[in-house]
Design a protein around this ligand. Structure first.
Ligand code: SF4
Length: 453
């Protein structure tokens, strides 16, 4: 009978589960310990200033939030890691807004995509042969996922080296298959293993009532953002969704246009008055017209959020955000009755069953969702953004063109070198010109010189 890791599309994980030295400490050590529950080596340092370390020893007061004191902070950047599960353990979930790394480190030279390279840099891995391990980031706590080979490699780099530098990286195994009970069970087991990881570091074991309360709070916050509010640009929406994946701390008053929208939702009984979003989510205007495009692809570095501005300033309107940070990766709304009876099961199902991504096998639900969005939003063209070295999304470009029947622009981004943005702007403008008839109002708009945002 096939082993369950094989049935769940994790045969490579099983092959690497062998007795050996502590994970991440040697060249031949397994990525996952044999008992699947032993922790990667770690050490905690004294509390440091914000931006230098995401983990502390509790000596510095935590910020305001629904959990008043966070003994630990963990960074993560994949939407299948539920912030509710992290927060229920008394650990502060910090969604990484990764910045592009400009160092020509070993990660880049070995062909790691810019996103994975930025993750290595942010978590203090050995991104540069010249710098070696970043001492200021040593001891940071991070979650990586096995959703692509690049992140597996990045996790191995960040997990430490043989120089005595250790890195507390939790490598969460995500099954590629999703239709079987075996795959769901692997995901549940990984969540439980993550919970034990937190408890050994000082987190608490959540009671069902605690988990249910955290889930209700996140669910209420997401409810207001399932659809993009009127007056909110694509970039503003992306910023708001990133905020929803964090600890939901320190809400600021919403601007008038969104306050009106929130009032409407409150009247419908779906929007609690306590939920707001940071004011800096609303710093720019919203295009009223233009060529209607869908932006599709993997995750975006925070520096690359300027792509939203560039596309809209070039005369298009992004009516569908199909990138990894967009709404397609949000969990489905929680069932209030299921939260009361078995919150953990409801959490696992809401995240695992609803996840839409190119990495899934089969990934046909991603195309069903996209087809529905294309029809309802009257999309005229698709812009696929993918990083060089990202085989996952490179392989989907031809399928997208064939399945969706629309013009597709394949935007490959290599990283933060000087020529990247002028090249992208030229290609976006040429693509948009091809979508509109000559002499139309839209063509006149496109003819304007577009400044780089
Ligand atoms: S951009 Fe692609 S290759 Fe890079 S981490 Fe994401 S899925 Fe993996």
């Amino acid at each position: 009978m096939p082993h369950r890791t094989h049935l769940a599309g994790l045969s490579d994980v099983r092959c690497r589960i062998v007795p050996g030295p502590p994970a991440g400490r040697g060249r031949t050590g397994p990525a996952v310990p044999a008992d699947r529950d032993r922790l990667l080596a770690f050490r905690l340092g004294a509390d440091r200033d914000a931006g230098r370390s995401a983990v502390g020893d509790g000596s510095r007061p935590a910020g305001r939030g629904f959990a008043v004191n966070w003994p630990l902070t963990v960074t993560y950047c994949h939407p299948l890691v539920p912030p509710e599960w992290i927060a229920a353990h008394g650990v502060r979930p910090q969604w990484l807004r990764l910045r592009a790394t400009r160092e020509s480190g070993v990660a880049i030279r070995r062909g790691v995509c810019p996103y994975a390279a930025a993750w290595i840099e942010a978590t203090g891995g050995r991104s540069s042969s010249a710098l070696g391990c970043r001492q200021d980031a040593c001891g940071m706590l991070a979650i990586a996922t096995t959703t692509c080979d690049q992140m597996r490699y990045a996790a191995a780099l960040a997990a430490g080296d043989d120089q005595g530098c250790t890195q507390p990286v939790f490598l969460m195994n995500i099954p590629r298959t999703w239709q079987t009970e075996v795959a769901r069970q692997v995901y549940r087991d990984e969540l439980r293993r993550l919970g034990r990881f937190f408890q050994r570091l000082g987190g608490r074991a959540p009671r069902p009532a605690d988990l249910a309360a955290v889930m209700q709070r996140y669910d209420a916050a997401r409810q207001a953002w399932r659809d993009r509010p009127a007056g909110c640009s694509a970039r503003q929406y992306a910023e708001a969704l990133a905020w929803l994946r964090g600890p939901l701390e320190e809400p600021e008053p919403a601007p008038p246009s969104v306050a009106a929208s929130a009032t409407h939702r409150m009247a419908a009984g779906t929007h609690p008055a306590s939920i707001a979003v940071p004011a800096d989510c609303f710093t720019q205007g919203t295009p009223e017209a233009g060529v209607r495009v869908a932006l599709v692809g993997g995750p975006l570095l925070h520096d690359d959020y300027r792509l939203y501005d560039l596309i809209e300033q070039a005369g298009a309107r992004i009516v569908v955000d199909g990138t990894e940070g967009g709404p397609r990766t949000l969990p489905r709304p929680f069932d209030p009755h299921a939260i009361e009876s078995d919150p953990f099961e409801e959490l696992a199902q809401a995240y695992f069953d609803a996840f839409l991504d190119a990495m899934r096998r089969p990934n046909s639900p991603l195309y069903h969702w996209l087809s529905g969005q294309i029809t309802s939003q009257q999309v005229q063209g698709i812009i696929v953004h993918r990083y060089v070295w990202c085989d996952l999304w490179h392989a989907e470009v031809a399928r997208l063109a064939a399945r969706c029947g629309l013009p597709v622009l394949d935007l490959d981004a290599a990283g933060p070198d000087a020529g990247t943005w002028p090249r992208i702007l030229t290609r976006v403008e040429a693509f948009l010109e091809s979508l509109v008839p000559h002499g139309s109002a839209a063509a006149a708009t496109l003819a304007r010189q577009t400044p780089l945002p």
